[in-house]
Design a protein. Structure first.
Length: 618
């Protein structure tokens, strides 16, 4: 046994529980299932905002009554995530079922999916004490050695997890520790809430500044002071297109020369490929731009293709999954760019690589220094960052998109800032498609409209935004550091708690070793009682035969004339024990037969009477 405080002991996690069971996802609510009912099913997605929502978004599912009976969640139950996670998020998150969880959507019982294990702590243990320990164990990396599975889906080795030893304090000391933790955490929560409020305000200011910039207000004074530097942006677009056409013509001439040479050499080797002319972008209508924003009369609108470099694959996405697999990853070579690198604007984070041979296959997905990189998947997608000028050539992965601007005519920082603005983010939200995962395709990305001033004003906007946003970046980084410090302080508090250093110990408390003996005795008695119950339990009745309309027709034929609906139901065997789904299905079919004039219905007093419809002779 490791060194634990006096009066404490260590116990296997499974010894502190009286019940452990996997979850159940059940069936869709509308499916007909014998002996079933609706229940709220807590998924891993509910954990994202658990502290606020407390499982309020749990999915409505249909489960068998026996499953619900075994799995209905109770106060202080613990849910342990056993499947999920990923490279940056280990599996093994833990939540406790509080009274608030049970009070939300209380008209249906609550269960968990099969991505969880339900653990019910003994009543002789403070459930919050166990919860805090398991969360500390998770946050300090204790679950990492207990993981298996792929890089993107991790599984918790649950037998090993419940076999871990947990420091166990005397019961009264557990309660004092929990109370102290909650008081300290409440103070930290207040401070962290203030920090997050400040960060949210900084984000609102950022968007307000970008809105101001891309509606032309930020540089209104510059336009007034520099009329001689203003170029009609339509003229700029014309110059870009003229240069693009000239380059295409030159490429076409070069191809024709290469083609003639290939033919003169008896068509030896690979036939030269004809250069591809980029299609003219879709025209931008007033109706479209009226829904985006108003811009100065000196500006115009442009599509991404208008601003893209003439080099091949200047707008492109990462390779499909089958073209770049985890097995292709190397520890050195050409770096890969993932969504997390873009969202965090950090291109040195946990790098993976491909070798030169694989890189040659993925030339179309190359990211060059100064390319604008965009997330094409996310909630919402559209985060962007400029790939640093000092970075090596890289390959973007499947959920990334690159946009290489034509630096001779377009200020790339201007375009990157524009993509960060809500005017563009809203457009990206509209064009996002998908069922399981919502994504932006290259073709849909090319349909967005970007406000475009002349080149000189683009640079002025970039410079002004860079100056203002760099200060804001520093403030946000400081706030994030303080938020991270709050998280670290929580772990420090928990570390002290489970080392016996957070509250005073009372020599009069029952030692934890005796408490553990009582817990084990209680668990053993419960297991004996459960075995006895299983032996004496009555044999389950066979399932009732599903009622059909053929049965009803036979009943009505037998009666020969009007019969009350209740008597017809008795003839079918419908009684108090009949499945509600069977009853609902029966009446639904009955309604269809009545509407088809196959069965007549007549209201007599408080009850409907039925008979077979009489067919008139022709």
């Amino acid at each position: 046994m490791s060194n634990v405080p006096e009066g404490w002991t260590e116990a296997k996690l499974e010894d502190l529980t009286v019940f452990i069971l996997g979850g159940d996802w059940g069936k869709a609510p509308e499916e007909l299932v014998d002996e079933s009912a609706l229940a709220r099913c807590i998924r891993a997605s509910e954990l994202r905002n658990w502290d606020v929502e407390q499982g309020e978004t749990a999915a409505l599912r249909r489960l068998t009554l026996s499953s619900i009976e075994k799995r209905t969640l109770r106060l202080d139950d613990l849910l342990v995530e056993i499947s999920g996670g990923g490279p940056d998020q280990p599996v093994g998150r833990v939540v406790r079922i509080s009274q608030r969880v049970l009070s939300l959507n209380s008209d249906q019982p609550k269960v968990c999916t099969n991505f969880f294990r339900l653990m019910r702590p003994s009543a002789l243990v403070e459930a919050k004490f166990v919860e805090y320990y398991l969360k500390h164990f998770y946050e300090t990396g204790g679950v990492r050695p207990l993981q298996g599975g792929s890089n993107n889906l991790r599984n918790l080795k649950f037998p090993d997890y419940v076999s871990q030893f947990v420091p166990l304090a005397p019961l009264k000391e557990q309660r004092r520790i929990v109370e102290k933790i909650e008081n300290l955490f409440a103070e930290l929560d207040k401070g962290e809430e203030s920090l997050r409020t400040a960060k949210a305000r900084a984000g609102l200011y950022r968007q307000s500044l970008l809105k101001h910039a891309f509606e032309g207000h930020l540089t209104a004074d510059w336009r007034a002071a520099n009329p001689d530097k203003l170029e009609d942006p339509e003229t700029l677009l014309t110059r870009i297109q003229a240069e693009r056409d000239a380059r295409y013509k030159q490429a076409l001439d070069d191809w024709q020369v290469a083609l003639e040479k290939w033919r003169d050499e008896d068509e030896e080797g690979k036939k030269p490929a004809k250069p591809r002319r980029i299609k003219d972008p879709q025209a931008i209508t007033d109706t479209e731009t009226d829904q985006i924003c108003s811009i100065p009369s000196e500006w115009c609108w442009a599509r991404p293709d208008n601003l893209a470099s003439p080099t091949p694959y200047s707008i492109g996405i990462g390779p499909f999954g089958s073209n770049l697999k985890v097995s292709d990853y190397r520890d050195e070579g050409i770096p890969l760019v993932f969504v997390k690198n873009i969202t965090r604007n950090d291109f040195s984070l946990n790098l993976k690589y491909v070798d030169q041979e694989k890189f040659e296959e993925l030339q179309a997905h190359t990211a060059l220094p100064n390319d604008i990189l965009i997330t094409k998947m996310g909630d919402p997608p559209g985060d962007c960052a400029i790939y640093p000028a000092s970075s090596p050539v890289a390959v973007i992965t499947a959920d990334c998109l690159k946009f290489r601007t034509w630096d001779e005519f377009i200020d790339r920082k201007f375009v990157a800032y524009c993509l960060m603005s809500q005017h563009v983010r809203r457009q990206l939200g509209v064009i996002t498609r998908g069922v399981a995962q919502k994504k932006i395709s290259v073709e849909r990305f090319k349909t967005i409209a970007l406000p475009l001033p002349c080149q000189a004003e683009q640079e002025e906007i970039s410079n002004r935004l860079e100056a203002k946003l760099s200060t804001l970046d520093t403030i946000e980084e400081q706030l994030e550091t303080q938020i991270a410090r709050c998280k670290a302080l929580r772990q420090s508090i928990l570390k002290r708690a489970f080392a016996g250093e957070l509250v005073d110990q009372d020599p009069d408390d029952e030692p934890a070793s005796k408490l553990l003996e009582r817990i084990k005795a209680e668990k053993a008695e419960a297991e004996i009682a459960a075995k006895r119950d299983r032996k004496t339990k009555q044999v389950r009745k066979p399932k009732n035969r599903r009622l059909t309309m053929t049965d009803l027709i036979e009943v009505l034929k037998k009666e020969g004339d009007w019969v009350s609906a209740s008597k017809a139901a008795q003839g079918l065997g419908i009684a108090d024990g009949t499945s509600s789904d069977d009853v609902e299905a029966f009446y639904r079919q009955l309604k269809e037969r009545i509407e088809a004039n196959e069965i007549e219905v007549e209201r007599r007093g408080d009850e409907d009477w039925l008979r077979l419809a009489k067919v008139e002779a022709t």
